[in-house]
Ligand binder design. Structure first.
Ligand code: ADP
Ligand code: ASP
Ligand code: MG
Length: 402
């Protein structure tokens, strides 16, 4: 079997944990399997590197930022190779350049395009464990890029697809995918399985246990994932196309504090305005989430929408630059908001799920600022200070803790 195993930052956070991971990989290797291991940077070291950069320059170049933060993963793979060496097993560490993991040119949020597999196969043939840096890539000019925060999951899934691996295992600091973030909802329950579609929604809506693009890629290439703990042998959660159980009404609740609401007020109420507004944002590669347009009055209307906090200022500047001051009254930016979402494949066929969610929020005294829905999710925007209250109230309403 060819197994791709990915270990997150906490799982390789110190010497003891590094040896723990080394032993787990060696166990598979000694059974005769080919083992490819993707590692994240140790503990919170990516955050530390970002802090160092901001201390030197508050708005550093994106290229140098990627050059800096990819070093974390390089430390992990080199130390892991040494740990495996100390345990008497041959291992080789490879960075994105050495493997050749080709990405687009977008620093900080590059997309994987192609992975060369020759070098990895070569090393596996020599019976080495291959350790690959997560999160990083190279663009066509050999610049170092990164796949976005949490991107090591995507590296692992992409490698599993490219190598046609028999298994792809994502090891982390919790036992699997839960009905809500177990850090904030004490009664959250581990799911045995979940569909790609549900997991993709949850990951996109704030369940940071998997990078959303890793789920997208897993679905596209049919890579079945297992999310499980690196610290015990519990079974974990299988992420796959169809689940065996009856479709859950709501399989999970997610919160995302990284949201900003932008309201453009007093826009002309005429055709083409929404197109112009969102076209400007699209040109800046800014993803827009919930959109709300007010009913027109006195020939004007308001359009509000949410974007992720890190691109909010850029979005406002882009709008100011492309709309003459005379075409709107003012732009408001509200950063202290959070998105609360429920996700479940079963809600497609059950009316009233949204109403139950709104009732739970009403009972908890939490005001809803915006709403958006899809076939398998409902998202509301609330004041950020109510995030945990709202999360727990909604989780409880759907008896996810039973
Ligand atoms: P890693 O470094 O292993 O990639 P992450 O911190 O990226 O770990 O992801 C694991 C964390 O995701 C958990 O510690 C947990 O707090 C958080 N999390 C958020 N939502 C969920 C969820 N629905 N199920 C499990 N964990 C979740
Ligand atoms: N080290 C990177 C981060 O902290 C990538 C990852 O952990 O997946 O975002
Ligand atoms: Mg992660």
């Amino acid at each position: 079997m060819l197994i791709v195993k990915k270990f997150g930052g906490t799982s390789v956070g110190n010497k003891e944990r590094i040896f723990n991971v080394a032993r787990r990989c060696i166990e598979d290797y000694k059974k005769g399997n080919d083992v490819v291991v993707v590692l994240s940077a140790m503990g919170k070291s990516t955050d530390d590197l970002i802090g160092m950069a901001r201390d030197i320059n508050p708005s550093p170049s994106k290229r140098e930022m990627d050059m800096l933060i990819t070093t974390g993963e390089q430390i992990s793979v080199a130390l892991m190779a040494m740990a495996m060496g100390a345990l008497g097993v041959p291992a080789v560490s490879l960075n994105a350049f050495q493997v050749s993991m080709h990405t687009t040119h977008r620093y900080g949020n590059a997309q994987l395009k192609r992975i060369d597999t020759d070098r990895i196969y070569n090393e596996l043939e020599q019976r080495k464990i291959v350790l690959v840096t997560g999160f990083q890539g190279i663009d066509k000019y050999d610049n170092v890029t990164t796949l976005g925060r949490g991107g090591s999951d995507t590296t692992a899934v992409a490698l599993a697809a490219a190598l046609r691996a028999d298994a792809c295992e994502i090891y982390t600091d919790v036992d699997g995918v839960f009905t809500a973030d177990p850090r904030y909802v004490k009664t959250a329950k581990k799911l045995n399985e979940i569909t790609y579609d549900e997991m993709l929604e949850l990951a996109t809506l704030g369940a940071g246990v998997l990078h959303n693009r890793s789920v997208e890629m897993a679905k596209k290439y049919g890579v079945q994932l297992v999310v499980r703990s690196s610290l015990n042998d519990h079974e974990g959660t299988v992420v796959k196309e169809e689940v065996n159980m009856e479709k859950m009404l709501v399989s999970g609740v997610a919160a995302d504090k990284n949201a900003t609401r932008i309201a453009v007020m007093g826009l002309k109420d005429e055709p083409g305005i929404a197109f112009h507004l969102f076209n400007v944002l699209a040109k800046h590669n800014i993803n827009v989430d919930i959109i709300l347009q007010s009913v027109g009055r006195d020939g004007t209307k308001d359009i509000s929408f949410t974007v992720s906090e890190d691109v909010a200022d850029e979005a406002v500047v882009a709008i100011q630059k492309s709309f003459p001051k005379s075409e709107y009254k003012k732009i408001d930016e509200e950063k202290d908001v959070a998105k609360i979402s429920i996700v479940g494949a079963g809600m497609m066929t059950h009316p009233g799920v949204a109403a139950s969610m709104f009732e739970a929020l009403y009972d908890a005294g939490v005001n809803i600022k915006m709403i958006s829905t899809s076939e398998i999710r409902v998202t509301v925007l609330v004041d950020e200070k109510y995030t945990e209250k709202a999360l727990n109230a909604v989780h409880e309403r759907f008896s996810l803790d039973e």
